[in-house]
Design a protein around this ligand. Structure first.
Ligand SMILES: Cc1cc2nc3c(=O)[nH]c(=O)nc-3n(C[C@H](O)[C@H](O)[C@H](O)COP(=O)(O)OP(=O)(O)OC[C@H]3O[C@@H](n4cnc5c(N)ncnc54)[C@H](O)[C@@H]3O)c2cc1C
Length: 502
């Protein structure tokens, strides 16, 4: 199974597609996979790299979302928990169960009993029983350095973690098994009708950003799964409220956390997660309106870093963490469906929406966890699935993924920092449509985020591999290296730059 070799737009325009999916995040990948399983000839077009948008920048949690129950979104939580259990069964290794700890503090809300009740509902909706109470002693043994002042034990429960970008790639690879096609660096510039009748095929104008070639493709249906961008092709720019959330990464030596801690920020009582991920520790997120150009990579601001450091130093007062301890950062933009009376960012609901405009079905919002259900809703709206099929697919337990025997084990694994293995890098270069070096270092693997030097020490090895597998000459390698370093420093480095921050 492979996403390469990269097809030309000319070859793709020779076919009549049943469905063209715009957007190569988890939603688009999910739509592609469900559509090809139904037998539709389907092509996915992504303007940058696969998962370049929000789907490589989430908090990596495959979860029901405790806060969503608290907001009364019980159906969303139930659906997400069922999908969590399904993904745990189907992708063991890539989606892993993790222990979450919610430390309790005397006098703060929510206390032990309201939280126990909430976790009872959470477990009930997931069909498991996984909650427990931990004494102070047990908690401090598991989380050394946690502030002991006012501590009243902790409640423990389970959710799951993944590498969101690898989940997208895995879903695209699975779709390739059924002849689903996907092209990155292919921007859709417009969609129009071929004829006056509403049943007439749609014409999708595309530009290949690797060589500036353009083409017009024909499809019977188009699903716009462009997340935060969905308003642009979906005829209603105001529908989406882009909210930025940022994360910081720390070395596990400076912040030795083995479980996922859920703690409330002292400034606004928002839940923030501190969790082990791919061999480092991730802290996030923030939640604020993102007023910037969506086509520029989002980045964490120095104020967001201060907000997260304030929380860390309150929870781990002896650690003395500062900007110099930040390995890297990552910001993402949530495609949140704007409510009729928008309030604080954190109060906005996280449901998805599906709408039709000029023959195009648009889908946006929701969660990584529920991507399969979101995909089914979009296919129903596009008339590619009837209501009986939709109901059956939602409830059904037919596995979505099958093993890829020819791939190295890591393709199906949550990598725990073990990402510079030549077998994995070679597989990505040969089979996962790597166009630029940043695709390999920021998304196929996370080497650029996990290492303080951003992968500098791997320079010669990576040059050798890209020459051998992609045929890059010295000039191409140099351009790619400079491009990657610029992106890493400007958008994934220490917010505000280390000089300014320290
Ligand atoms: C900070 C943060 C934390 C989160 N944490 C979690 C979590 O822990 N668990 C969870 O379940 N969910 C989480 N989410 C939500 C989840 O990440 C998103 O709901 C999900 O990734 C959205 O996926 P998507 O495919 O709809 O959008 P995206 O991943 O943004 O994909 C849309 C794609 O469309 C492309 N595109 C746009 N315009 C065009 C065009 N004209 N032509 C071609 N392509 C185009 C973009 O480049 C982009 O790659 C989080 C979100 C954020 C921001």
């Amino acid at each position: 199974m492979t996403l390469g070799p990269r097809p030309t737009l000319a070859s793709l325009s020779e076919q009549n597609w049943d469905l063209i999916v715009i957007g190569g995040g988890i939603t688009g990948a999910g739509v592609l996979l469900e559509a090809v399983r139904l037998g539709y000839r389907t092509l996915l077009l992504e303007q940058a790299d696969f998962a370049w948008g929000t789907s490589s920048r989430s908090s990596k949690m495959v979860h029901g979302g405790l806060r969503y129950i608290a907001q009364g979104q019980v159906r969303l939580t139930r659906d997400a928990l069922r999908e969590r259990e399904r993904l745990l069964r189907e992708l063991p290794g890539l989606v892993e169960r993790a222990t979450y700890l919610f430390p309790l503090r005397k006098g703060s809300f929510p206390g032990r009993w309201p939280m126990t009740a909430l976790l009872g509902v959470y477990d009930f909706l997931a069909g498991i029983r996984d909650r427990a109470y931990l004494s102070n002693e047990a908690l401090l043994k598991r989380v050394p350095g946690l502030d002991a002042q006012g501590l009243a034990g902790a409640l423990s429960y389970t959710d799951a973690l993944t590498d969101d970008c690898r989940l997208v790639l895995r879903t695209l690879l699975e779709a390739a098994r059924y002849q689903g096609r996907a092209l990155n660096y292919a921007r859709v510039t417009g969609v129009s009708h071929e004829g006056a009748a509403t049943s007439a095929p749609l014409r999708v104008a595309v530009r290949d950003l690797t060589d500036d070639a353009t083409a017009t493709l024909s499809a019977h249906a188009v699903i716009n799964a462009t997340g935060a961008w969905a308003g642009q092709l979906g005829g209603d720019e105001e529908r989406i409220r882009p909210l930025r959330g940022s994360h910081l990464f720390f070395s596990a030596d400076r912040l030795p956390v083995r479980d996922c801690l859920t703690v409330l920020h002292p400034r606004d009582q928002r839940p923030v997660f501190i969790f082990p991920w791919e061999g480092v520790v991730c802290v996030g997120t923030t939640d604020l309106d993102h007023g910037e150009d969506l086509n520029r990579e989002p980045r964490a601001s120095a104020r967001e870093m201060d907000y997260l450091l304030e929380l860390l130093n309150q929870q781990f007062p002896g650690a003395g963490l500062g900007a110099g301890d930040v390995l890297s950062s990552m910001a993402g933009v949530r495609p949140v469906i704007r409510s009729s009376r928008p309030g604080k960012p954190s109060a906005e609901k996280r449901d998805h929406a599906v709408w039709e405009h000029d023959g195009i079905i648009s889908v946006s919002g929701g969660k990584l966890t529920t991507f399969r259900l979101i995909a089914l809703d979009a296919l129903l709206a596009a008339g590619l699935l009837d209501r009986t099929g939709w109901r059956r697919a939602r409830r059904g337990n037919v596995p979505l993924y099958a093993p890829i025997p020819e791939a190295p084990a890591q393709v199906d694994e949550f990598l725990h920092g073990d990402q510079d293995d030549d077998a994995l890098l070679s597989w990505c270069l040969e089979h996962e449509a790597v166009v630029h070096l940043d695709d390999l270092l920021l998304r196929r693997t996370r080497l650029g985020l996990l290492r303080r030097d951003g992968g500098q020490a791997l320079h010669d090895r990576l040059q050798g591999l890209t020459t051998a597998k992609l045929g890059w000459d010295a000039a191409r390698w140099e351009r790619e290296w400079q491009r990657y370093r610029r992106l890493r420093d400007d958008y994934y480095g220490v917010p505000g730059g280390l000089a300014e921050a320290s």
